[in-house]
Ligand binder design. Structure first.
Ligand code: CU
Length: 661
């Protein structure tokens, strides 16, 4: 069973325990002793089952169970045990005597077990990992308050029925007397309220502004601070390189797709996708970004391309947002070959979704190129899948026997599944970086994370080849072999590709020497536990997408020093996939769920952390700046799942008024 499935099972069992304890209490309160007895047995069994699911989950990692082991189960265990010890014998006696005699305290304890079970579940859903004193105190005080209130309600009608320990004391005239019991009850209430208030108060304590990941803290004033505004790209091409100048103008436009369908889009130069940017290694890329009428503003982020920080295009961090009528010039040298893309990083969820994206392809200098070499960004506009500007099926011709390269780019916030039918092929590059001796594969599905890229290379057969996206046989891309006029390649006989196994890149290709590996001692180690929960995002309380229980911008920066070997452990406690994306650095995948990467060294800038998964990745901090580190499911990022990796000594002069994305 995967950890994701185990998390769901545990949620279900937790819900059942809430239902079982509450139903037992209700049955006892309504004097149905036999029913209550049966339900009590069920509640005990479900609680024991819960102990098992939590134990199994603990085997997958402490992050998945911390609040359950330290808070939820102890609360439920204590309340449940008390309920069994007090209510059990009384329910048994009552069932035998077939009469009443179920004490108020039994009812209170049974219902309190229900509250404790519920509190544990709520803590899991709202607070998650890491468990804080604040959460513990609030949850504990709420359960206790529930017990006290229930005691008052349940005890009132039960007064005089032989359960004097909870019945309120009354004077002859019917007015409450300030008795010892009443004093205890008041003191209990005050203690509960005080505990809850303390917990609430603690929740307002600010987090540290930076996490050091077991490395040294900031070196105060040992060197001059460097501003990201000074960290700009090279202004000249490498010897022999060319200037590649582009002008991109952000503007709203109605774009007519090949099918005739019109898209009310935000575009660069009125095109969907924006103009393709291409270069040869050593060229200087210069892009002048202007904004005509995108009121929210725009920037250009070079996804996966390790530009200098000042070119990274993050508004309010590496530059000011480009408002209508303004412009910004990006310059950087194309020194890594491969398949990349660009997109706005301002209100990025909406901006990218509506069309502010394009491709960036850099080819090696002097190398012979595959032909055709097709760049295929996939984007979804209101449910219509558009591949390289084409909705519906795209057709291309290729001479049989030639090498063909397909550059798959996922510009959507969710993963896509590709299948290439009609030929064996190789995945030669992932996220722009070449794989080492990747072998031929066929009949395998390829899952491409949001933001990710795969380069596929194959020899064109003398029959057709089909690139199928998300099992949609009608769309996608077809390559027909070039043949004498009149001859057409029939579609490849495609069987049911939905059953094709997914190629696992962690065991694909051939190992090679790497600059560091899982055994290398990291200078910094950061754990990011991804989840949903109650958190403050951009100053507003929200049911957020969280990292370590917090939302942007309250998640501590990750502090590193230049030269550090940095390791990330990324844990997904939630039931959604999180494509994790660090700006400015590719990361070397070390392991997933404890299984080391065993194929080609795998460098990625966006890796899909699926529900329940734990990824270990590492990188060398060699690109000074302040870098976004976030989920590339952009709606998740906007709901809080975003933080910054900050090099010691680097500052930013850019500040935010409204938009932080
Ligand atoms: Cu996400």
């Amino acid at each position: 069973m995967t950890t994701g499935q185990l998390i769901i099972v545990d949620h279900v069992v937790a819900l059942l325990s809430v239902a079982a304890w509450s139903a037992t209490g209700a049955a006892a309160a309504t004097r149905r002793a036999r029913l209550a007895l049966g339900l009590l047995a069920a509640a005990v069994l479900v609680t024991l089952a819960r102990v098992i699911t939590v134990a199994l989950l603990a085997g997958r990692g402490w992050w998945f169970v911390q609040e359950k082991v330290l808070l939820g189960l102890p609360m439920l265990g204590a309340a449940g045990l008390a309920a069994v010890l007090v209510a059990g014998p009384r329910l048994l006696a009552a069932a035998r005597a077939a009469g009443d005699g179920i004490s108020a305290s039994s009812v209170v304890l049974l219902l309190t077990a229900g509250y404790a079970a519920l509190a544990g579940l709520v803590v899991t859903f709202l607070a998650g990992y890491p468990l804080t004193w604040s959460t513990g105190l609030i949850a504990g005080s709420l359960v206790a308050a529930g017990a006290l209130l229930t005691a008052r309600v349940v005890a009132a009608p039960a007064a005089g029925s032989g359960d004097a320990d909870i019945a309120p004391t009354q004077t002859l005239h019917g007015k409450p007397r300030f008795s010892r019991r009443r004093f205890i009850s008041l003191a209990g209430g005050a203690a509960v309220a005080g505990t809850g208030a303390t917990g609430l108060g603690l929740s307002f304590v600010r987090a540290e502004s930076a996490a050091t990941g077991d490395g040294p803290g900031p070196s105060s004033g040992s060197g001059p601070a460097v501003s990201v505004a000074e960290l700009r790209g090279s202004g000249t091409p490498a010897p022999g390189g060319a200037m590649r100048q582009y002008a991109l103008t952000a503007q709203t436009a109605i774009v007519r797709l090949p099918s005739g369908r019109e898209v009310d889009a935000w575009t660069f130069n009125g095109e969907l996708p924006g103009p393709p940017i291409t270069a040869t290694v050593g060229d200087l890329i210069e892009v002048t970004l202007r904004n005509t009428d995108i009121d929210d503003g725009v920037t250009l982020h070079w996804h996966g391309y390790d530009v200098a920080c000042g070119e990274d295009g993050v508004p309010a961090l590496t530059q000011d947002v480009v408002a209508p009528g303004e412009q910004f010039v990006y310059r950087f040298r194309a020194d890594q070959a491969g398949t990349y893309w660009y997109h706005t990083h301002q209100v990025s969820d909406l901006g990218v979704r509506r069309g502010l994206y394009g491709t960036l392809v850099v080819t090696p200098r002097g190398a012979s190129r595959e032909q055709p070499d097709l760049t295929l960004p996939v984007h979804t506009f209101d449910g219509t899948v558009v591949i390289a500007g084409q909705d519906g099926r795209a057709e291309h011709a290729a001479p049989a026997g030639t090498n063909v390269r397909l550059r798959l780019i996922n510009t959507d916030p969710v993963p896509h599944r590709f299948a290439l039918a009609g030929t064996p092929f190789r995945v030669t590059a992932v996220d722009g970086r070449d794989l080492n001796q990747s072998g031929e594969v066929s009949d395998a599905g390829l899952r491409l994370p949001a933001g990710g890229r795969y380069d596929l290379v194959f020899v064109m057969p003398d029959t057709s080849v089909a690139l199928i996206l998300d099992n949609d046989h009608a769309g996608g891309v077809r390559l027909r072999p070039d043949r004498p006029a009149g001859a057409t390649g029939a579609d490849p006989a495609v069987e049911d590709i939905s059953g094709w196994p997914e190629l696992d890149l962690l065991s694909y290709g051939t190992p090679a020497a790497v600059p560091f590996d899982a055994g290398s001692r990291a200078d910094r180690h950061f754990t990011m536990v991804l989840d949903r929960g109650a958190a403050v995002v951009d100053g507003r309380p929200a049911y957020a997408q969280t990292v370590n229980g917090r939302g942007h911008p309250s998640i501590p920066d990750q502090l590193v020093a230049e030269g550090d070997l940095v390791r990330f452990t990324v844990v997904n406690r939630s039931l959604e996939t999180h494509p994790w994306h660090l700006h400015g650095h590719p990361v070397l995948i070390q392991s997933r769920d404890g299984t080391p990467s065993s194929g080609s060294p795998l460098w990625m800038d966006t890796f899909d952390v699926r529900p329940g998964q734990v990824w270990e990745v590492a990188f060398r901090a060699t690109n000074p700046g302040i870098w976004m580190n976030h989920c590339h499911n952009l709606p998740h990022a906007e709901r809080g799942m975003m933080l910054r990796l900050r090099y010691d000594g680097v500052t930013t002069p850019f500040h935010d008024s409204h938009h932080t994305h």
